[in-house]
Write a protein that binds this ligand. Structure first.
Ligand code: DAT
Ligand code: MG
Length: 165
């Protein structure tokens, strides 16, 4: 089944110059990258991305982590697309807890748990198709993705936008 999945290389991954390593590992999947960008994560985007976890004790630290408070203020966001994309990417990522993750997985190889208890696990990948749709629509606009993943509509935007001078 052709699927799409959201991948984030989290601020620890960027701070540790792991972008190339992570992308190389993900290329083993033979999936297509159909969108990518560097994002400075706002509090609002962080809250929306992790809305499911808002009752967890680690929620505030998780927001700080994804916003880059502990590393640098950027995340690399990508959409991978192809046969069984969600499972293939999750497999290479490894378990959520980097100490329990398979040592040859991305999280097992590069992740750590801080003394404060933050799981610095380098990468995010969508868990299932519903989550993937919610997350991709949160992080990307239709014109930023080079294939048609979900239905779109035409809307008239009147707000002022920044342009190159
Ligand atoms: P995953 O990222 O593997 O999909 P998740 O969606 O359950 O896992 O949690 C999102 C992130 O929250 C995860 O990447 C790291 C953090 N997290 C999860 N459980 C945690 C815990 N027990 N302590 C600290 N951070 C945790
Ligand atoms: Mg998850």
């Amino acid at each position: 089944m052709t699927q799409q999945t959201l991948v984030l290389i989290k601020p620890d991954g960027l701070k540790k110059s792991l972008t190339g390593n992570v992308l190389t590992r993900l290329s083993e999947t033979k999936l297509d990258i159909v969108a990518s960008k560097i994002v400075k994560v706002s509090r609002q985007l962080a809250e929306q991305h992790y809305s499911m976890l808002k009752d967890k004790p680690f929620y505030e630290d998780l927001l700080k982590y994804i916003m880059g408070d502990y590393h640098k203020r950027k995340v690399m966001a990508l959409v991978y697309w192809g046969e069984d994309a969600i499972g293939k990417v999750r497999q290479i990522c490894g378990s959520t807890n980097p100490e329990e993750a398979d040592p040859v997985s991305i999280r097992g190889a590069y992740g750590r748990i801080t003394t404060k208890g933050v799981y610095e696990n380098v990468i995010h990948a969508s868990t299932n198709e519903q989550e993937a749709e919610r997350e991709i629509k949160l992080w990307f606009q239709p014109e930023e993705v080079i294939v048609d993943l979900y239905p779109t509509k035409t809307v008239k935007k009147t707000r002022e936008e920044r342009a190159w001078a």
